[in-house]
Structure formats: structure tokens, C-alpha cells
Design a protein around this ligand. Sequence first.
Ligand code: HSE
Length: 430
Amino acid sequence: MTDAFKIGIAGLGTVGTGVIKILTQNADIIAARAGRPIEIMAVSARSKNKDRGVDLSNYDWVDDAGDMAARDDLDCVVELIGGSEGLAADLVRGALNGKKHVVTANKALVAHHGYELAEIAEGNGVSLNYEAAVAGGIPVIKAMREGLAANKFSAVYGILNGTCNYILTEMRETGRDFADVLKDAQEAGYAEADPTFDVEGVDAAHKLCILSSIAFGVKPDFEALTVSGISRINATDITFASEFGYRIKLLGVAQEVDGEILQVVEPCVVPIGSPLGAIEDVYNAVYVDGNFVETPLLTGKGAGEGPTASSVVADIIDLARGISLPTFGVPVSQLKDLSPLDAGACKGSYYLRLNVLDQPGVLAEVSAILRDHNISVEGMSQHGRDPDQPVPIVLTTHEAIHADMVKAAELIEALDFCVETPCLMVVRDI
Ligand code: HSE
């Protein structure tokens, strides 16, 4: 067996601790697969004395993670600090410039600075691996960069945030409220340091941005994404969606049409029995449309210590084996600038939930606005009847133009009897 592959780990939170556990517990099998042992030389975190349930006594403790970039006893720096700027970004730039490979789980960093970092990695003859940044334990980066590399992709759809999927599933199954379920997700180690990144769709957007770059050969362009989260979804929507045969899912959608790319993260309704409708709990799924493979579905746990650390260690094993790939699947010089598709021109069927005073003429006025925007109603349901209280009404539509649907929802909101911003979600049959 050849020399050990030597790593430093910066960041000992949920994922960092998990990486040490896997490298310790599965050391023999990992060494056999990598063709050499993986040796942890140094570790770094904010607090030295915290009990993490792992023995750190055999590793050098580094107070300033940034110092790992300059250590000449490391082949690879494993960055598990997180955040798109500051210490994590400085460490990754420094390590790549110092000709060390980098493995990271940091989706914000790759989404915001991926192109620059890919240039630095390529210029220094080293790799930037980030399997754990997207969909936790599912090897989706490997699948898209390698296993599906023969295909031209037209679309990538994903349930990319375990916290949101867990919250939506728990709310539906148990009737518990949003804040209560979010707390569980935080305690289980699924949620981001700032959970608004989860519930407002930002975390899923970071991941979609990365997948879109690999799928379409474009520079990661986070600013080109349209993002909304699940905080406006309430128990009424969850109940109505079920009644219409749907599940509510926070979906990431990237589609290429004639060289233009749509990138959107938003809550959508999907049929209960569809491939993505069946993905529940903390599970993630990525569903791609490739011109020869057709539509494979990859699914597994998208968050948590074990699944995420499993992907980090797989990246380390690849590097120890000597496998090196272009960061986004093609050399940086071939990555194109992204040309965004106008979302307003897209067509779809919609779910529209209103909260209105229950009085004569409401439906007539709503229908008139829909008629004026060329929107045809497919189904309707009203729950409850109380002249003194607002009642929820849900309409589903036939195919309509997105900009028309948004305009109609704005006009309905302005009517006197409408007491709340309508909830509008596209129906995706995936
Ligand atoms: N907070 C993320 C999620 C896990 O809930 O999916 C790490 O990406």
C-alpha cells in the first residue's frame, strides 16, 4: 500500500464529527477502496474543549483554520465551516492556491464563488470536490458529472432541502405547527445554522444553482435564480392539496429551452403518486431529464450527520485514488454565461388559494378576473360557511401563462372581500 492520503478537517460540527467517525470506524474498508490509508493530521473548530463524542487526541489542533492552507503535511483540506464568505472562503482559496485538494460541503460557497474557485483549482492542478453540498447522502454530483455524462440534459427537478420536506410531511401527518416541527429538524441536525436559509428556499437554491451548472455547462449564477420558501404555506393549503390529490413540495426546477435557462425554487403542488410526490420526510430526490437515459430518479437522505459525512468521505476517497474531474464537469474555459429564461412566459396549471369573506358576488368577481386573463378553472372547493368569518376557497386551473396568473392573483388580492394575500402554486406533474 502506498503513502497515506493526509487531510486536515476544518469545522467539527455535525458533519465534521460524522467524517471523523466514518474514517475511524470504516478505516480498513476505506483504505482498501482508496488503495491507501486516509490519515487525519489536523483538525480545527471554534471551540477546542467541547465534547463531540469523538477522540481528537491523535490530531494536531489548529486554532486558526486558515493556517491549514499553509501546512505542507496535507494533501487535502476538508472545509466544513460553512458560509459563502469569511473564514471558509479564505481557507478554500488559500488551500487551492497552495496546491491542496479541497473537499467541502459548503453549497453557499460553491454557488456564489464556484466559477472563481474552479479557475483557481484548475490553475493549480488540484480538485474542488463538493458531493456533500447537494442532497446530503445522495451521490448526485457523481451521477451527473460521471454516470450520466453521456447525456444532454433538458431539465433537473429536485427536492433539495430535507428540513422543508420534513416540515411539510410532519405538518400533514400530525397536524403540528410549523415552528414546532422546525425545532425538531434543528435538533436532529438537519437545519442550517440560520434556518431561514432552509425555510425561505435559499439552501435549495444554492444546490439547484450547482446542479444547473453541471447539467447545462454554465457558470454558476445564483443571481439568476428566483427563490421563494415554504413559510407562507399553512395547514389549510396542506389539507386542500391532499383533497385535490396533491402534495406540496419545495421544488428546485432548472430547465433549458433554446439555450435559455429557467432556475426557480418555490413551493409547488405535485400529484401524490408521482415520483417527487412520493418523497417524504427528510428525504431528498433529484430527477433529471437526459436525452438518452430519459428520467432517472435519485433519492436518499438529504441531511443529517451520517448521510452528509458519507458524501464527504466519498470525495476524499476519490482524491486518494487519484481521480480528478473538472469542477463543473467541463474545463472552466468551456463554461458559458447563463442566459435566463423569462419565467413570466412559461405555461402551467395552477393552485390558487384565497381567503375571502363569504358573501354574494365573490366568485363572480374572481371568475371575471380569471376570464380577463385567459385563465380557465379546472376545479374549485370551499371549506366552511360563516357570513362573519373569512373562508378559504381553492381553485385549480387549466394551463395558463405564468405572468397572467400572477397578475390575476394581484387583482384578486386588491378586491375588498379578499382578506389575505392569495397563495399561488404551480402544478408540476413530476
Ligand atoms: N439544511 C439542509 C437541509 C441540509 O435541510 O436539507 C444540508 O444541506
